[in-house]
Design a protein around this ligand. Structure first.
Ligand SMILES: Cc1cc2nc3c(=O)[nH]c(=O)nc-3n(C[C@H](O)[C@H](O)[C@H](O)COP(=O)(O)O)c2cc1C
Length: 378
């Protein structure tokens, strides 16, 4: 039973609605459709005090475990029980006050107290005078999805942390052997150890990417802003990539005199390194990569152009999504977690900038990003 005062007298709203529905074929169809929907559907009276429920469909009753009599005339907040401290309720309140549609994910409780995650979509219903007379809410039970997300997230952190420590130690030990700190080793063994070391490095990068992404997704990535001179940033990035000219690939800089910009130096370097590493990975031997820095009105634009195979338009959209390799049909052994571009996109967007690609098959690719001179952080 909802923990609120008794409902005001409601003249069996469902019966009223039934009578209305039968008056026209169309409305009859609508009624049957709403009654058959698998999602909960709830209509409230926005003109009455506290927006009480006037209709819910059978799926709503099935989802919540309440009967119609127990809830008609009540505000839907009874579904939150005592769990009222939910930031997403602000979205709901704002949407109701402004008469705007919204979607919020709320913790709700069935009549027997069981928690379920409710993805609630709200929309105002207007009369002919454009006044909001009702709201319609569609309840989508996403508990299974939330549970799966939680399990994946726990698995990620367990795997990441359990892997990171031993991997760092393997990499350090292999480094010492390669350096000769552990004594002379035959050339053939050295080569094998170098391969092992490169692969340990690659695995560590994957683990770090997963950890980064988790940090970003949980809103824990904090940016440390400072004034940056674009030319010095590019120079530092190039210095940190010793293997940059492997395979005879050369890197040219075309850096305009730009104003300084305010950003997180380490994070922007991370994006640039990621774009350069991708460009190197996909460049043919002895080709050229060009890094350009240009002025825009209130922003600075960085571009990394390669002479690689290019990416067809239909492949470009998913490039910045998680776990997407640049070219999954390509059988060459391109290492990488498929997370770099997703992380780069988030970093740039956290600064209020944008990131994108211009590419055509056979014409190479230009990955670019812009950063506002002053970050637009929400
Ligand atoms: C049509 C409609 C359906 C709603 N459905 C739900 C719901 O399923 N679960 C929920 O927790 N809140 C739901 N709400 C939101 C609450 O009724 C209420 O607006 C929210 O708790 C914020 O207001 P409050 O701070 O006054 O409680 C719905 C609101 C409307 C208008």
């Amino acid at each position: 039973m909802p923990n609120e005062s008794d409902p005001q007298t409601v003249v069996n709203p469902s019966g009223l609605l039934d009578a209305l529905m039968q008056s026209s074929g169309h409305i009859g169809i609508l009624h049957r459709a709403v009654e058959s929907a698998r999602n909960g559907i709830c209509i409230t009276d926005a003109t009455a005090q506290d927006n009480p429920i006037i209709y819910v469909n059978p799926a709503f009753l099935e989802l919540t475990g309440y009967t119609l009599d127990e809830i008609v005339g009540h505000n839907c907040r009874f579904l939150q029980g005592a769990d009222r401290d939910q930031p997403e309720l602000q979205i709901v309140r704002h949407s109701l006050a402004a008469g705007l549609p919204s979607t919020a994910i709320l913790r709700n409780y069935k009549k027997d107290g069981t928690l379920f995650w409710n993805e609630l979509s709200l929309a105002p219903v207007f009369d002919s005078q454009k006044q909001v007379i009702n709201f319609i809410g569609v309840q989508n039970d996403i508990t299974a999805r939330k549970d799966a997300e939680q399990r994946v997230s726990e698995f990620h952190s367990m795997v990441s942390h359990e892997l990171r420590t031993p991997l760092s130690s393997i990499r350090a030990s292999l480094g010492l052997v390669i350096d000769g700190s552990a004594g002379e080793i035959p050339t053939s063994a050295k080569r094998l150890i170098q391969i092992a070391s490169q692969n340990a490095e690659r695995l560590l990068k994957l683990v770090d990417d997963v950890l980064d992404l988790k940090k970003i997704e949980s809103g824990k990535l904090v940016l440390h802003f400072e004034m940056i001179e674009p030319g010095s940033l590019v120079r530092d990035v190039l210095d940190s990539l010793p293997a940059i000219t492997a395979n005879g690939i050369s890197i040219k800089k075309d850096i305009a005199k730009t104003k300084q910009f305010c950003a997180d130096r380490d994070r922007v370097s991370q994006v640039l390194i990621n774009l350069l590493a991708n460009a190197i990975k996909f460049s043919p031997p002895r080709s050229e990569i060009v890094i350009t820095v240009e002025n825009q009105r209130d922003a600075v634009k960085f571009s990394v152009k390669d002479q690689g195979p290019g990416i067809p338009p239909e492949g470009q959209g998913k490039l910045f999504m998680k776990f997407q390799q640049l070219d999954s049909s390509d059988t060459r052994p391109h290492s990488g977690s498929g997370l770099g571009l997703a992380i780069s996109k988030t970093i740039i967007e956290l600064h209020g900038g944008t990131i994108g690609i211009i590419s055509e098959p056979g014409q190479g690719s230009t990955f670019w990003f812009t950063l506002p001179l002053v970050p637009k952080v929400e």
